[in-house]
Design a protein around this ligand. Structure first.
Ligand code: G3H
Ligand code: 13P
Ligand code: ZN
Length: 284
């Protein structure tokens, strides 16, 4: 199947009250693992490429690998730019064949974030590509911050309402306490804030930094309106742990396929678990 725009998948998720998994891919094995997991679960799925992935694999390689996997798949697959940094980069991704993009203006002042998001939307709409924006600051787990600073990073619900009204964006990533990477302790999620955003904003909500968030908290976030859940770190952990097991057990092994094959299987397994957790199993 050709790539499906993310907004199509998220509209169905809204109707069915579940979330679609958005999984970061950096190489062939992870692309294959994501699509194999979606096939096994009969689930729609989002492949997403970060700045790091584009730098590592190259934009054309990412698109070619993802397209190959999607065309052979019998479940809907989207290709999404994760944390797009500029108008120019978003245009390159649209031209390369992405079905959906994120423009992350969250570090900009509100009005500049709105202006950038609108600029992207004006082009993306014309070519049927959907757009995710971000409001609030999703932390890194290295951040050592006070409670007051932590709260200041989180998305202001009134601002979210204003942002969506001003931009007409397709989906909105919000900060409610999750962080990218591994958590030091138990993540603290502000569910009241999520509920308030949901009551003011009609578009699907996106949760970043979802690896390491306890299953119960993920279920609660989905019940409160999260429709796209981003996972990267948990895939990295499963992939590398499996590769390491082979290398440790067989230090003489020099066939990369014997190392990366089990890593791909481990990645498929964790992705299947996430798909089931998000409720998107059987929704293809
Ligand atoms: O959004 C963060 C993702 O985990 C991507 O990280 O740029 O190292 O690929 P990365
Ligand atoms: P994690 O690596 O914490 O799962 O975050 C992924 C993410 O939000 C990608 O945009
Ligand atoms: Zn993210």
């Amino acid at each position: 199947m050709p790539f499906v725009p993310v907004d199509v998948l998220l509209k169905r998720a809204e109707e069915g009250q579940y979330a679609v998994g958005a999984f970061n891919c950096n190489n062939m094995e992870i692309v294959q693992a994501i699509v194999a997991a979606a096939e096994a679960e009969r689930a729609p799925v989002i492949l997403q490429a970060s700045q790091g992935a584009i730098k590592y694999a190259g934009l054309d390689f990412i698109v070619a690998m993802a397209r190959q996997a999607a065309e052979k798949a019998s479940v809907p697959v989207a290709l999404h730019l994760d944390h797009g940094t500029s108008f120019a980069q978003v245009m390159q991704c649209i031209r390369a064949g992405f079905s959906s993009v994120m423009i992350d203006g969250s570090k900009l002042p509100l009005e500049e974030n709105i202006a950038l998001t609108r600029q992207v939307l004006a082009v993306a709409r014309a070519v049927g590509v959907s757009v995710e924006a971000e409001l609030g600051k999703i932390g890194g787990t290295e951040d050592d911050i006070s409670v007051a600073d932590w709260e200041a990073m989180l998305t202001d619900p009134e601002e979210a309402r204003y942002f969506v009204e001003q931009t007409g964006v397709d989906s909105l990533a919000i900060a409610i306490g999750t962080a990218h990477g591994r958590y030091k302790g138990e993540p603290r999620l502000d569910f009241d804030r999520l509920a308030r955003v949901r009551s003011l904003v009609q578009v699907p909500i996106v949760l970043h930094g979802s690896s390491g968030v306890p299953d119960e908290a993920i279920r609660r976030a989905i019940a409160l309106g999260v429709r796209k859940v981003n996972i990267d770190t948990n895939i990295r952990e499963a992939f590398v742990a499996a590769a390491r097991r082979v290398v440790d057990a067989h230090p003489e092994e020099i066939d990369p396929r014997k190392i990366l094959g089990p890593a791909r299987e481990a990645a498929t397994e964790i992705i299947r678990e996430k798909i089931r957790l998000f409720g998107s199993s059987g929704k293809a």
